[in-house]
Design a protein around this ligand. Structure first.
Ligand SMILES: NC(=O)C1=CN([C@@H]2O[C@H](COP(=O)(O)OP(=O)(O)OC[C@H]3O[C@@H](n4cnc5c(N)ncnc54)[C@H](OP(=O)(O)O)[C@@H]3O)[C@@H](O)[C@H]2O)C=CC1
Ligand SMILES: C[C@H]1O[C@H](OP(=O)(O)OP(=O)(O)OC[C@H]2O[C@@H](n3cnc4c(=O)[nH]c(N)nc43)[C@H](O)[C@@H]2O)[C@@H](O)[C@@H](O)C1=O
Length: 323
């Protein structure tokens, strides 16, 4: 089964087509809803976690039988930073396998025309060649702190490929790098590094603290992409890509955690010192992805990290900080 990488679908032609955005209230899902609404889509089907628990197979199948969406964008998942992944491995592997298996299978069985599944750059080996090409998948041991989540995501990619091979069904996968932006998860322990530091620096500034603890050594490198760029890439992939292989979705720019911390400190306006807690894990030393396949199809990221940080901090102060 060859790659039909340039099959164009009718995703952008019929704005009344029914689209199910699974996980629409999260960082990524809410950005995708914003993007689709800005493009004039009028028929989004949205269900919160409490309305439809995607780990419950019979409920998912009843939902698809009733709604029969034409397109599905699957971004619902159990998601968290390095501490959460390292602390709740059973949740990360079980919940994510259940969600994706239920949604992918029910989508196929109820006639969905095209489905996009989101994985993550953590699917690649801990010491993959940098920048990481898509074919580095399954060529080496995973990063231990998030291997459970990574295995679930790899299974999702493989499931989409298997349904294309066996049934000729149009399921595609995108692999985003570390994401950030409005509506992120700012939980003090379970969040990702960027929102965690933004919250900690903000609280330190307000409380006039002298120093802020940052986890690890500060030496790991991370690539960041603003979630609005990711939402743009999701629409681009739904419209322009129908291939067997997953595609990397990155900004191509990486920073050390130390430089990121300094940048967030500057954006927030905290003037104290950083204290490094090296008892906390660094995780994988580097995971810059090679996104040249997606770039070659014509997509480009537009939001710089500094602009994105200012935009996110403005949102944080207006929406999260107790008024
Ligand atoms: N954030 C990042 O840095 C990255 C994220 N990704 C991927 O992007 C996708 C979205 O991540 P992100 O937006 O950051 O995560 P969020 O946690 O912000 O959003 C996930 C959404 O999924 C929902 N959800 C979780 N479990 C269930 C369930 N059992 N049934 C129904 N809904 C459920 C959550 O609802 P509720 O909160 O109410 O439980 C939430 O709205 C995920 O697939 C993730 O793997 C990939 C790379 C990086
Ligand atoms: C998207 C990606 O996200 C996760 O992988 P990660 O990138 O390692 O995660 P992270 O953002 O939590 O940490 C990045 C680095 O930052 C350092 N760090 C400093 N201070 C804080 C801090 O306060 N909080 C956090 N979380 N990290 C901190 C931390 O020590 C580490 O070196 C997995 O979900 C993975 O599966 C995945 O897909």
């Amino acid at each position: 089964m060859g790659d039909h990488a340039h099959d164009s679908s009718d995703f952008l032609t019929d704005k009344s087509a029914k689209i199910f955005v699974a996980g629409h209230r999260g960082l990524v899902g809410s950005a995708i809803v914003r993007k689709l609404q800005s493009l004039g889509f009028t028929n989004l089907v949205l269900r919160s976690h409490s309305e439809l628990d995607l780990t419950r197979q019979s409920d998912v199948d009843s939902f698809f039988a009733a709604e029969k969406p034409r397109f599905v964008i699957l971004v619902a998942a159990k998601v968290g930073g390095i501490h959460a992944n390292n602390t709740y491995p059973a949740d990360f592997i079980a919940i994510n396998l259940q969600i994706q298996t239920n949604v992918i299978d029910s989508s196929f069985r109820h006639g969905v025309k095209k489905l996009l599944f989101l994985g993550s750059s953590c699917i690649y080996p801990k010491l993959a060649p940098q920048p990481i090409p898509e074919n580095a998948l399954l060529t080496g041991p995973l990063e231990p702190t998030n291997e459970w989540y990574a295995i679930a995501k790899i299974a999702g990619i493989k499931m989409c490929q298997a349904y294309r091979i066996q049934y000729g069904w149009d399921a595609i996968s995108g692999m985003p790098t570390n994401l950030y932006g409005p509506n992120d998860n700012f939980h003090p322990e379970n969040s990702h590094v960027l929102p965690a530091l933004m919250r900690r620096f903000h609280e330190a500034k307000v409380n006039k603290a002298k120093q802020v603890v940052v986890w690890g050594t500060g030496s790991p490198l991370r690539e960041f992409l603003h979630v609005d760029d990711l939402a743009d890439a999701v629409v681009f992939l739904m419209d322009k890509y129908s291939g067997l292989e997953h595609l990397n979705v990155g900004s191509g720019k990486e920073v050390t955690i130390k430089d990121l911390a300094e940048l967030v400190k500057e954006v927030v306006g905290f003037e104290g010192d950083l204290l490094w807690d090296t008892s906390k894990p660094d995780g994988t030393p580097r995971k810059l992805m090679d996104s040249s396949k997606l770039l070659g199809l014509g997509w480009t990221p537009k939001i710089s990290l500094k602009d994105g940080l200012f935009d996110t901090y403005k949102w944080y102060v207006e929406n999260v900080v107790e008024q």
